[in-house]
Design a protein around this ligand. Structure first.
Ligand SMILES: Nc1nc2c(ncn2[C@@H]2O[C@H](COP(=O)(O)OP(=O)(O)OP(=O)(O)O)[C@@H](O)[C@H]2O)c(=O)[nH]1
Length: 652
């Protein structure tokens, strides 16, 4: 249980609770509490972990993940799988009018919490990727800081300052509690962590760039939509002016004032097409309203009224038509009907004199005109306002919550400048917002984690292989030295250490090996008066004499494919397979003479000599004891006969 880790966790818990409290008390943001609550739960989960309650920590962590993963999914799943409005339908029952964005924590907070909890679920073990998860949490937190300062996002993707501070504390708590356990994995971490962190950083940069691009495109798209709406308003005005021009011209051929019936019949189709005309009236040269359509009660009351008196704001426009025979248009005025609008006056000219006989007046209600236009867009997509520089003419509220974006489009209304302000709704934007940047971010972070795991495992395997290679080398070395030792032991067991000749036991085996060869001769050689050598020169010199005789004996006997061995003390023994007694005697003589001739002398200067007893088996089974005894007896005879001679034992 690490004290600093617990303190840092408590700090995180305090900060998260404070953030929740502020969210709770802030007006209208009660639902953003959901951003802080998972942080509180994660802090509790970490506290349980640091208090050595792993089961409780795992349970809490899994419960938080069960909330966070659907929240992350709502950022990832394409609109055509689960639409944004479907997500909203899930939550609108919880509190009236709430949207999914009110309930889910910001994207970067979700990712940070998932990393922190995942790190606990893998028991903060380096070989299960905990260092990479915590490093990615740190990178995400840095990104949150950057996003907070340069927030141009459609949605807030970051936690509040308090929430970010709480997340930093949670991260510090985990690091202070577990980093010490990773010391043993330093080579693996050195190889895997830089690559994993680099990929995570690149992923975040790529995500940031993609997100900016996607939001920019969406902004341009909704702005273009707003612009098209403004242009269609201008087109509408132009259309109705052209239509009314035709309407005015149609009266030129008629000499008399149109009857009420004629007027209604002609004006009705136009009114049908342009329903925002409050009326279409015929005004005589004295500015009196003589005919009006539609003939509703309001319009009926206008009949006979003199506009020069009744509507001074429109006088100059009317005079333009009645006096100059040109089309006149009022500015935006308060109409007699009590709403803002504009009136177009089109002269009706006498066909012969081309003098005005009156004018057609078209009264356009701007709220009604705007309404016609507004009806072209879905109220759940945009909030719209039509305004002059100093007054609002018409407004259409959206049925859904508005985003912060606002598009302004200028409208040229036959020389009058209006502004159409459109504000897209949050639902519209979120339903059109591409999920690709968040998908890339999630996949990129997952790949960064996997890259860490692969490199870490690779390094681990490398170390294991190195250790295995080293222990194999040591094992091979051990086997070699044991084999050498074994051979030495075997050699010592079968050889005489002084003369390096086979010893008696080995000789017996060799004799058995040649046991089937006939004839088979056996020689026993004994140095004459060797005791005197020892006595005169000492044992060491005696040993040197023994070695010299051994070397000479081996050379001569092995040159005829025989075996020469030390029989014991100053005695040697030889076996000559395939040699009969005569041949054996010749070889023995050669040996005797050779020894006499080398420079081995007694103290009195006389040469060292040997006596040799020979026996030969020419047939029958090998009778070692008999042979040995016969050779020994022959040797005894040689000694008794005066030494320095070769005696052949009599045949058995
Ligand atoms: N230096 C040395 N002397 C040895 C070794 N083995 C036996 N001897 C000596 O060989 C001598 C044998 O002496 P004896 O058995 O009396 O025989 P001898 O002196 O050779 O006389 P004869 O055999 O009768 O001619 C002894 O003095 C032993 O100590 C050995 O390995 N090294």
């Amino acid at each position: 249980m690490s004290r600093p880790a617990i303190n840092l966790n408590l700090l995180a818990l305090l900060l998260a609770l404070l953030a929740s409290l502020l969210d709770w008390t802030a007006p209208g943001t009660v639902l953003s509490l959901t951003g802080s609550l998972p942080i509180v739960a994660t802090a509790l989960c970490q506290l349980a972990w640091h208090h050595r309650r792993p089961a409780l920590a795992r349970g809490t962590g899994l419960a938080v993940l069960m909330v966070l993963i659907p929240a992350l999914a709502s950022f990832l799943i394409p609109e055509y799988w689960i639409s944004h409005s479907a997500w909203n339908r899930q939550v609108e029952g919880w509190t009236a009018g709430s949207l999914i964005v009110d309930w889910r924590p910001p994207l970067l907070v979700i990712l940070c919490l998932i990393m922190l909890i995942a790190s606990l679920l893998v028991r903060t073990r380096a070989n299960l990727g905990a260092p990479q998860l915590l490093a990615m949490t740190a990178i995400l937190l840095v990104m949150q800081g950057v996003e907070t300062w340069h927030a141009t996002n459609l949605l807030s993707l970051t936690g509040s300052a308090l929430e970010q501070a709480a997340l930093w504390s949670l991260l510090a708590a985990q690091l202070s509690g577990v980093a010490v356990n990773w010391r043993g994995h330093l080579p693996g971490l050195k190889r895997a962590l830089p690559a994993g962190v680099l990929l995570a950083c690149l992923t975040l940069l790529f995500w940031h760039q993609q997100k900016t691009l996607v939001e920019g495109n969406l902004h341009a798209e909704t702005q273009a939509q707003s612009q098209r709406l403004a242009e269609s308003l201008s087109l509408e005005i132009r259309d109705h002016l052209q239509a009314m021009q035709r309407f005015a011209n149609s009266w030129q051929l008629q000499d008399t004032l149109p009857t009420g019936g004629q007027w209604a019949a002609q004006a009705a189709p136009y009114h049908q097409d342009f329903q925002y005309f409050l009326n279409i009236a015929f005004i005589d040269t004295d500015s009196r309203i003589r005919r009006v359509h539609p003939a509703n009660a309001t319009n009926q009351r206008l009949l006979g009224r003199r506009l020069f008196d009744e509507q001074p704001a429109g006088r100059s426009a009317l005079e333009e038509a009645l006096s100059n025979g040109e089309m006149g248009r009022t500015g935006i005025i308060d109409l007699l009907q009590g709403e803002p609008g504009i009136i177009h006056y089109l002269p009706v000219l006498d066909d012969d004199s081309q003098r005005p006989r009156g004018a057609v007046g078209m009264v356009v209600s701007l709220p009604a005109l705007a309404d016609t236009l507004f009806r072209q867009t879905n109220p759940s997509h945009f909030g719209l306002t039509l305004m002059t520089p100093d007054r609002t003419l018409a407004e259409r509220q959206a049925t859904s919550r508005l985003a912060t974006w606002q598009h302004r489009s200028a409208i040229d209304l036959d020389g009058l400048s209006l502004t159409l302000t459109s504000r897209p709704t949050l639902s519209l934007l979120l339903s059109r917002l591409s999920r690709q940047p968040v998908v890339s971010l999630t996949i990129g972070l997952l790949l960064a984690y996997l890259l860490f795991m692969v490199l870490f495992a690779h390094q681990h395997m490398d170390t294991q292989q190195r250790l295995m290679r080293r222990s194999n080398r040591e094992l091979r070395h051990e086997v070699r030295s044991r084999t050498r030792l074994q051979k030495e032991v075997e050699w010592l067991a079968s050889h005489d250490d002084l003369t390096k000749l086979p010893n008696r036991r080995q000789f017996m085996w060799d004799l058995e090996r040649h046991g089937q060869t006939r004839p088979l001769s056996l020689l026993i050689c004994d140095i004459d008066h060797f005791k005197q050598v020892n006595d005169a020169f000492g044992h060491l010199q005696g040993d040197r004499y023994l070695k010299s005789i051994g070397e000479l004996g081996r050379d001569i006997i092995e040159s005829v494919d025989g075996v020469f061995a030390r029989y014991g003390g100053e005695e040697f023994i030889a076996c000559l397979p395939g040699h009969d007694a005569i041949m054996a005697r010749d070889i023995a003589e050669r040996l005797r003479v050779a020894i006499q001739q080398i420079d081995l002398r007694h103290a009195d200067g006389s040469p060292l000599t040997i006596s040799i007893g020979i026996t030969t088996q020419v047939g029958g089974d090998l009778q070692t004891d008999t042979l040995l005894q016969a050779a020994d007896e022959a040797l005894y005879a040689a000694k008794a006969g005066g030494r320095n001679r070769v005696i052949i034992a009599p045949p058995p």
